[in-house]
Design a protein around this ligand. Structure first.
Ligand SMILES: Cc1cc2nc3c(=O)[nH]c(=O)nc-3n(C[C@H](O)[C@H](O)[C@H](O)COP(=O)(O)O)c2cc1C
Length: 332
């Protein structure tokens, strides 16, 4: 029976245990989107505590998809030097370094990007007080976004990351495409659920093509919009199965069209989605969301409801969470 501190090997990667730091924006990048020493230290200390997988905070793939002026970028070759130092620092602590790559779509702001805000359809869905009404993305705009994700994956590999994670949750661009609430397109990227999943599969294929088929690509998938009329679990599981068929190496379960907040179900609020997905896919399933107690994290793995547990805010509060958990579980 696997435990929180059993190693896990998949897709050419070996994790020393099942604890992950999920991507968490630190607000410490330069105005140009470059990595700073503070960002390196923020991730390094959590790796040094024994955390097996560090998924670095979301990095924008295209300026138009930049979420905040303190977000790191991976949109340009100029970003590679700083990202290389970050990946090296994580690796030196024995952790697997993954970079989350993202496009904010309607959750971007022209005040930050200097560019119009674009989304699958002209539907505002942000929780930020965003004065910009999004415009529908053109076909050329979609192609540009796909190309940007592919370029970002290749840059991450060049920088020394061992994997990338495509951000397809929390009402960011891909999540907007999957949701019936925000995708009202009439072309092949909209319509029924299968067509709303097309961009996910296109981005995954392009990223694998550009970075190399042996480079693991994870997907953080919003499994439920938590809104009336929005995406629900069963179609999201179908999308996940298609992503795995398309070569995704891991599915990171999340949810919420406007963020990953507790939908009112208490600690481990997305574990039920992970458990459902485990019945559908044969790649590792990671889950985060309100998990802070080491015994709960251990039980999630032991009961095979998920393979890897993400510890977000609890690890922000205690960078040593993994070491403390190992001691509490008698694994130190
Ligand atoms: C400060 C902060 C920044 C976050 N940044 C990101 C991000 O960059 N990408 C992402 O997918 N999720 C982000 N999240 C969501 C977390 O990865 C995680 O899913 C969420 O906090 C729930 O897990 P937790 O209860 O263990 O914190 C962020 C959360 C916090 C608190």
């Amino acid at each position: 029976m696997p435990t929180l501190f059993s190693p896990l090997s998949f897709a050419g990667l070996t994790l020393r245990n099942r604890v992950a730091m999920p991507p968490m924006w630190s607000g410490k990048a330069t105005a140009e989107g470059l990595v700073t020493p503070a960002i390196i230290e923020y991730h390094r200390v959590r790796a040094a505590a024994g955390t097996a997988l560090i998924i670095v905070e979301h990095a924008f793939v295209h300026l138009q998809g930049r979420h905040s002026s303190t977000q790191i970028g991976v949109h340009d070759d100029a970003c590679v030097e700083g990202l290389s130092k970050l990946a090296a620092a994580i690796r030196a602590e024995g952790s697997v370094a993954c970079l989350q790559i993202s496009h904010a779509g309607a959750r971007a702001s022209s005040r930050v990007t200097g560019l119009p805000v674009v989304a699958p359809s002209a539907v505002a869905t942000t929780r930020e007080a965003n004065p910009d009404a999004p415009a529908e993305m053109s076909r050329a705009g979609i192609d540009e976004a796909v190309d940007a994700f592919a370029g970002a994956a290749a840059r991450a590999r060049t920088a020394g990351f061992s994997a990338v994670e495509i951000h397809a949750a929390h009402g960011f661009l891909l999540s907007q495409f999957l949701s019936p609430l925000t995708n009202r397109r009439a072309d092949e990227y909209g319509g029924d659920h299968e067509r709303r999943s097309r961009l996910h599969l296109t981005v995954l294929a392009a990223a694998r093509q550009r970075a190399g088929k042996d480079f693991p690509v994870f997907v953080r998938l919003g499994m439920h919009d938590e809104r009336p009329g929005g995406l629900t679990l069963s179609p999201a599981c179908w999308t996940a199965s298609q992503l795995v068929a398309g070569g995704a190496a891991l599915i990171d379960v999340s949810g919420g069209l406007a963020g990953s907040d507790d939908p009112g179900r208490g600690p481990g609020y997305f574990v039920g989605y992970a458990e459902a997905l485990k019945g559908v896919v044969d790649v590792p399933v990671l889950v985060a969301g309100g998990i802070a107690d080491p015994r709960m994290a251990d039980l999630i793995v032991r009961s095979r409801r998920a393979d890897i547990v993400g510890i977000g805010r609890a690890m922000l509060e205690d960078p040593d969470w993994t070491r403390t958990a190992a001691a509490a579980l008698g694994q130190a």
